[in-house]
Design a protein around this ligand. Structure first.
Ligand code: MD6
Ligand code: FE
Length: 223
């Protein structure tokens, strides 16, 4: 007798973790397991350089809520939110200076990951850096402030593992749950570019590279 479990638990139990493997999520979206592991320490050093110039901060949503994820940016544009809305800005509102440049290690890894996922010649011009501490979550949202939805987004996980919510093109679609570990890279574009997604509250833990937190880099073509 074979029995199939349905729902969220099944997604987690069934998740194959083949390091170096490509795990399809949907048309245009996949997870490259462990793709960023060799660069992880260099990525974290580059994050520290960015954060020294453009500190992590808790931004305010247009509705007046303080985000639990701490964020900063590098590249030609940075994603920001405040009472006036969500948008990209060429300067950091904290310093009124340009965001730090995109580190070469971000840029190269993003292009390689996109190519491995089937998106040739991806050139990121912006990177949002997210820091999660235990209990921090990101509610379901779409990434739709970029000018051109033809380019994919490359999303790098570092440090503590997270449960990624991968929904559908409508908010009401019940999301699948996918565990993302340090070095995993999700790439999505094409028909999945506007999928609703989020992150469950981060479980407490200790990671050798980051301690009690998770970083996520989302590399985009914003302009
Ligand atoms: C995160 N990621 O992994 C949140 N957005 O912490 C995102 O919101 C995201 O992973 C667009 C594309 C890929 C992503
Ligand atoms: Fe997003």
């Amino acid at each position: 007798m074979t029995r199939r479990r349905g729902g969220a638990i099944a997604d987690l139990l069934a998740a194959p973790r083949d390091p170096g493997g490509v795990e399809p999520l949907a048309d245009g979206a996949c997870v490259l397991r462990g793709f960023g592991v060799p660069e992880a320490a260099d990525l974290l050093a580059a994050i520290a350089d960015v954060v020294a110039r453009a500190p992590l901060r808790h931004m305010i949503t247009p509705g007046g809520f303080t985000m639990s994820v701490a964020m900063t940016n590098c590249g030609r544009a940075g994603w920001i939110t405040d009472r006036r809305g969500y948008r990209y800005a060429a300067t950091d509102p904290l310093s009124a200076q340009a965001w730090p440049p995109l580190p070469a290690v971000f840029d190269r890894l993003a292009t390689r990951a996109a190519a491995a996922a089937g998106f040739a010649a991806f050139a990121a011009d912006a990177c949002l850096i997210n820091r999660y501490e235990p209990g921090t979550r990101l509610t379901l949202h779409q990434d739709r402030n970029e000018r051109d939805f033809a380019a994919p987004i490359v999303s790098v996980s570092l440090g503590l593992p997270a449960t990624f919510l991968f929904g559908g093109l409508r908010r009401a679609a019940r999301p699948r749950r996918i565990r993302l570990e340090s070095g995993d890279i999700a790439v999505w574009g094409g028909p999945s570019r506007l999928v609703f997604h989020g992150i469950d509250p981060l479980a407490d833990g200790e990671h050798p590279l980051t301690g009690r937190c998770r970083f996520n880099l989302t590399l985009r073509k914003a302009l």
